[in-house]
Design a protein around this ligand. Structure first.
Ligand code: HEM
Length: 392
């Protein structure tokens, strides 16, 4: 294995927490809105499902503008930090790109071929470590195709994208990655201005808002958001679906027998170990959540991973159970900022799972000396998924 996977693994593990759920349960019971001092800022953390749902849905009260001074510094202006009409007009520029027909075209033209060629590399061997050999490499290649950046460079921008979103851990490294990513993208953006193609970069350079072209800063803002958003989260989801099913053989067999159950497995993995564990808002007026008064202008951090384990909403919430009924999970957020790529993430995961189940019918977990488990604080996914199967 080359150092690419090692580097990626190092930057991916932000907060090596194995099981945050007992603490979350205690917070939901005793301190559902936790007031914490973080440097000069007071942060209110929300742990209950219904509080999180409210904060994310009521966008006129709970603004996203606080992302400006945080993510805006490293990404440039992006829809993540916009509110109201500005957010709607900018989001609609790329919203159309992820429509159902586009997904169907992408599935056959490059999503399926990408996953098949990755499986080709280990199918004859009889064993594999699926995080390092599949999930790290797959969604980043897919988003590269969608954006229109050369797939052969994917190792470079995979590393830069992850360094960029790890800015909270290493500020200087995050800022350098941001600049390097822009430098890398500049020649591609320039080429699409001269000769547009059927890709998202061409869509961005041709877009206008009220007759004005998108400023360069916003084009790079979009791209710096989409690369990590498209790659980093989906690889985590696929790893968790794999581990959840491989650790629960009866559920794996059920999915093998009825592939429609893959939909349940994916939704359950999103709930059980949400890849993105938290996001934040600023309240524009005084509010009360779970009986706690929060003054206008506060930083409210919503702990999605806790909301998705709220025992008042989900029975036996720490259990992976693809047969559970219940309200929707919050893993893709809610309200106007709800994830733009959710259908793509589901499609990529479905295609990969079907390919693995078709090609490696007796795939099973083979931990050996390793200790496969889900971990992480801000983002969560398995550390490894070692498997064995009859060589194909
Ligand atoms: C399992 C995979 C994914 C998860 C768990 C996930 C999670 C999320 C969450 C929680 C948000 C809301 C953030 C907030 O409200 O502050 C979000 C927003 C967003 N996601 Fe995803 N995401 C995933 C995949 C993707 C993919 C594949 C793409 C793109 C290709 C994408 C693009 C975006 C964008 C552009 C936004 C910002 C939307 C806005 O601000 O209006 N995501 N995502």
């Amino acid at each position: 294995m080359d150092t690419f996977e090692d580097d990626l693994y190092t930057v991916t593990v932000v907060g090596d927490v194995r099981d945050p759920y007992p603490d979350f349960a205690r917070m939901r019971a005793e301190s559902p809105i936790l007031k914490e001092q973080m440097f000069e800022n007071t942060v209110y953390k929300a742990f209950r499902y219904h509080d999180i749902d409210t904060v994310l849905r009521e966008a006129e009260t709970y603004s996203s503008r606080l992302f400006g001074p945080v993510m805006g510094i490293v990404m440039g202006p992006s829809i993540l930090q916009m509110d109201g009409a500005e957010h709607r007009s900018h989001r609609s520029i790329i919203g159309g790109a992820f429509r159902r027909q586009a997904l169907t075209d992408w599935e056959t033209s490059f999503i399926e071929p990408t996953v098949q060629s990755l499986i080709d590399k280990f199918a004859g061997r009889g064993d594999a470590e699926l995080v390092r050999e599949l999930t790290f490499h797959y969604p980043i290649q897919v988003i590269a195709k969608i954006l229109g950046v050369p797939v052969e460079d994917y190792r470079t921008f995979a590393r830069l994208s992850i360094e960029l979103i790890s800015i909270a851990v290493d500020f200087d490294r995050g800022m350098k990655a941001s600049q390097d990513l822009r430098t890398y993208l500049e020649s591609i953006v320039a080429a699409r201005r001269v000769e547009p193609k059927d890709d998202l970069i061409s869509m961005l350079v041709q877009a206008d808002i009220d007759g004005e072209p998108l400023p360069d800063d916003e084009i790079y803002g979009f791209l710096r958001l989409l690369l990590p958003a498209g790659a980093e989260t989906t690889q985590r989801l696929l790893g968790t679906v794999l581990l959840g099913l491989l650790e629960n053989r009866d559920q794996l067999e059920a999915v093998r027998g009825d592939r429609k159950l893959l939909t349940n497995a994916i939704e359950e993995a999103l709930r059980w170990e949400s890849p993105v564990q938290m996001t934040s808002r600023e309240n524009l007026r005084d509010v009360v959540l779970s009986g706690v008064e929060i003054p206008a202008g506060s930083h409210i951090s919503v702990v999605i991973g806790s909301g998705n384990h709220d025992e008042t909403v989900f029975d036996d919430p720490d259990r992976f159970d693809i047969f559970r009924d219940g309200p929707p999970h919050l893993a893709f957020g809610e309200g106007p900022h709800r994830c733009l790529g959710e259908h793509l993430a589901r499609l990529e995961t479905t295609v990969a799972m079907n390919a693995l189940l078709d090609r490696l019918p007796d795939i099973r977990l083979e931990p050996g000396d390793s200790d496969p488990h889900v971990h992480g604080l801000a983002f969560r996914s398995p550390n490894c998924v070692p498997v064995a199967f009859t060589p194909q």
